[in-house]
Design a protein around this ligand. Structure first.
Ligand SMILES: [Zn+2]
Length: 410
């Protein structure tokens, strides 16, 4: 059954055959199609173009809207037990994220709440967040564990993420992040926790087929480069590719350990100097900036301009989580990437779609509106939408959202 979408005044996010993401100077190129059509069969784009449309079994006239590619949010912690409003108030009074973490707040606070919440309640509230993301144009996302820090809680988070994957139309990938922080009771014997992650948590996660990647928070006060390497090696032996939290708090070797282990991406990079950039240039690791975290914590922003100038395929993601980035709209993330990191709107478009798909190694299936890719898109009445999104920040530009050519908004 061929479905034809017409009534598209302008379509953004199209890549020519043979191109699945964009690096460096190419990221400023974006050629929107005017008066466009989109022909879809079994969820996949069969043909698209401007002007006269081909024949089809079903015709959907979208009524003169613009079409944008679905966002790929490649880094989220969307399954969490509760917001951390109390820490927000402390930070407004001047406490830093690191001070709060050292006092047992932060990730440990989330882990304590995770131990208490029922799996059903966790599922229900996570589903509401993910549906909200979808209503803002996100059609693919990654979800990490890491708010458990115990075997049972880590498994609970990943089971909920898998259930979201089964029940919702979005493409969802899961990541085991048992090494997100050290539980309080492991203070002074951190290596025992690393052992727990490798020898007890990871085998259970693998047995139940709950994770697609493995992740470690490699940073000052969290996991050392050596501990990170050990965990990534264990993941690799089990066939789990790596994604790293690195260089959020300092120049702490996250980029180098990611490159040495062939990670799909290294995420955060608020601290990123010439050595880190040179290392990324020698690797296939996608640098992922999380501007919502810089905004919410008052951290420096990832040097996006330098990463693009170095010819790298910069991606951006929400890092949606209760402690450092309670921002689930990729439209808001795009706006911050432009205003704070000085990305051009075209660059922010690729960073949030095709390059983000590359950060999950899904760029051959989705991330751009191109022949052979999944028909994941949303409609808007905003003019030159990729320019309007960062400009008119704070409104939802998305009207109707389609995944695999099927409408998911009602
Ligand atoms: Zn994160």
């Amino acid at each position: 059954m061929r479905k034809l979408f017409t009534g598209i005044s302008q379509l953004a996010g199209h890549l020519p055959q043979g191109e699945s993401f964009r690096s460096g100077a190419q990221m400023s190129q974006m050629e929107p199609l005017k008066d466009a059509y989109l022909l879809v069969e079994e969820g996949i784009i069969l043909e698209l173009g401007s002007g006269e449309a081909p024949r089809a079994d079903i015709i959907v006239d979208l009524g003169g809207v613009e079409v944008m590619p679905g966002y790929v949010d490649s880094h989220t912690h969307a399954v969490f037990a509760a917001p951390r409003h109390e820490e927000f108030a402390l930070r407004l009074k001047g406490a830093s994220y690191e001070e709060i973490a050292a006092a047992g707040g932060g990730i440990l606070n989330s882990a304590a709440k995770m131990a208490l919440i029922s799996e059903e309640q966790l599922y229900r509230q996570s589903e509401a967040f993910v549906r909200n993301m979808m209503a803002h144009g996100t059609t693919c996302l990654e979800i990490k564990s890491g708010y458990g820090l115990s075997i049972e809680s880590e498994l609970k988070i990943l089971r909920v993420a898998r259930r979201l994957q089964e029940n919702l139309p979005l493409t969802i990938r899961t990541t085991f992040l048992g090494a997100h922080a050290f539980p309080k009771e492991y203070k002074g014997r951190e290596d025992d926790y690393v052992k727990l992650v490798i020898e007890e948590m990871l085998p259970r996660v693998l047995d139940q087929g709950l994770a697609d990647h493995i992740d470690v928070f490699c940073d000052r006060g969290f996991f050392t480069v050596e501990q990170t390497a050990r965990i990534l090696e264990a993941g690799a032996r089990a066939g789990l590719p790596a994604k790293i939290h690195g260089n959020e708090l300092g120049l702490t070797g996250g980029v180098q350990v990611a490159a040495a282990h062939g990670a799909y991406s290294v995420d955060h990079l608020e601290h990123c100097g010439p050595d880190e950039i040179a290392c990324l240039q020698q690797s296939e690791v996608v640098p992922v900036a999380l501007p919502g975290t810089s905004y919410f914590l008052g951290l420096p922003y990832t040097p996006g301009r330098e990463l693009i100038a170095a010819g790298l395929p910069l991606a951006i993601a929400s890092d949606f989580n209760p402690g450092s980035s309670p921002m689930l709209s990729m439209q808001a993330v795009v706006a911050l990437a432009c205003t704070q990191m000085k990305l051009m709107p075209e660059e922010a478009l690729w960073a949030s779609t095709a390059n983000a798909a590359r950060a999950l190694r899904l760029e051959d299936q989705l991330g751009s509106l191109s022949v052979g890719k999944r028909a994941d898109f949303w409609t808007t009445r905003s003019q030159d939408a990729w320019l309007s999104i960062p400009y008119f920040m704070g409104i939802n530009h998305a009207q109707r959202v389609f995944i695999g050519g099927e409408e998911v908004t009602s």
